[in-house]
Ligand binder design. Structure first.
Ligand code: MRU
Length: 367
């Protein structure tokens, strides 16, 4: 059993050095990630530099969680761009644009993927006259900015979130919106980590989050090894722990927030929100502003990823858990109606209903 997550960021820009004890010493950058599909059994780092392997890492959830996907895409497209061997802008742009389209096709729902790729593309188009070499340097800077902004945003989200709970509270969380889903602190779990540092003792209930078990494999792991009082439950036990009075708040992340405050998050989130409403428990969604999509009026306009049937019938089990050939519906996300949400917590503050006005106010001229 691994007893600690190493003190490194979930997503990194990496250069091999002699001290890395590897043959492949290089001045050329790599995208470094923890392979989250191997957790909690094994900690293994991946060093990626090719379009298809980075796309696959995102599709297979080796790196996952909306903010981490965005940062991985930004660093990823930079390391690929660094390897484009031409000084000719048109050729460089064509290659960059093809890569961008491939990476963008990895997953459809978390807006951070597209947001980060668009920010990187803007650097290329706005600096055409500067030349390819300068553009590569600017791409590196922008990828680093996106990474640093994520760290800062999550830290602030944690501080705002901490003001919503008190020592000893029971928190239910769904999926993993922790440090493994961002560069460092997490979003929904940032207040828990921060609170732990300050000596608070929260009791966190994490549901398994079928079918890919981000709750069991990732949240339970990262909280448990951080020394947080952690209890794992199956998804269908949420009502029981709420009814028993064990839960004082629900904390979840978000993959895309519509302009009316509808929260798109991991499948099962809306069910937890409906239960919380029934039992009168506050339900909070935590996200950086990079997850807000003001172009979408409501959550109905969000594209929901549907994934392979095998994730439901076979994955994680020694034997298939369903009859071969049975029809399977496997949406990866759902939309929680804004009326079920008590507040939305961002790095710019806590937004309470009416969300459309609150979101317009915090986004202002800086969406
Ligand atoms: O399919 P995943 O694991 O990428 O889904 C992740 C979630 O739904 C998280 O709750 C969300 O991305 C917020 S992460 C800070």
């Amino acid at each position: 059993m691994i007893s600690k997550i190493p003190e490194i960021d979930t997503v990194e820009l990496h250069y091999f050095k002699e001290s890395d004890d590897r043959k492949q010493v290089s001045k050329i950058p790599f995208l470094k990630i923890i392979d989250q599909t191997l957790l909690p059994g094994k900690i293994e780092f991946l060093y990626l530099s090719e379009t298809e392997e980075i796309r696959e890492a995102i599709y297979l959830l080796k790196v996952r969680g909306a903010p981490a996907i965005g940062v991985a895409a930004a660093i990823g497209i930079y390391v690929i761009a660094e390897r484009i061997e031409t000084e000719n802008y048109e050729e460089f742009f064509k290659s960059f644009d093809t890569t961008k389209a491939r990476l963008a096709s990895a997953r459809p729902t978390a807006v951070n993927l597209f947001w980060a790729l668009e920010r990187m593309a803007k650097v290329v188009t706005e600096n055409r006259e500067a030349g390819v070499k300068v553009i590569k340097g600017l791409l590196k800077k922008e990828a680093e900015n996106i990474r640093d902004e994520d760290i800062e945003a999550c830290r602030k989200i944690g501080e705002h979130g901490l003001s919503l709970i008190k020592d000893g509270d029971g928190i239910l969380t769904h999926c993993n919106a922790g440090r493994l889903a961002t560069v460092r602190y997490g979003t929904a779990l940032a207040p828990i980590h921060l609170g732990r540092e300050k000596g608070y003792n929260f009791r966190v209930y994490t549901d398994e989050t079928r079918p890919l078990l981000q709750g069991a494999r990732l949240s339970a792991f990262e909280l448990y090894v951080a020394g947080v009082d952690t209890t794992l439950i199956c998804d269908n036990m949420a009502s029981t722990v709420m009814k028993k009075g064990l839960i004082q708040a629900v904390f979840v992340g978000c993959d895309r927030l519509a302009a009316n405050g509808d929260v798109c998050n991991k499948i099962g989130t809306s069910g937890v929100a409906i239960l919380a409403k029934h039992y009168g428990i506050p339900f909070y969604s935590f996200l950086p502003v990079s997850t807000i999509d003001m172009s979408l009026k409501t959550g109905d306009d969000i594209v929901i990823e549907e994934r392979d049937a095998g994730e439901v019938t076979d994955m994680w089990y020694k034997e298939p858990m369903a009859p071969k050939g049975v029809k399977v519906f496997n949406p990866a996300f759902d939309v929680t109606d804004n009326e079920l949400i008590t507040a939305i917590v961002t790095e710019r503050g806590i937004i309470r209903p009416p969300f459309d006005k609150g979101l317009r106010d915090i986004m202002g001229a800086n969406p």
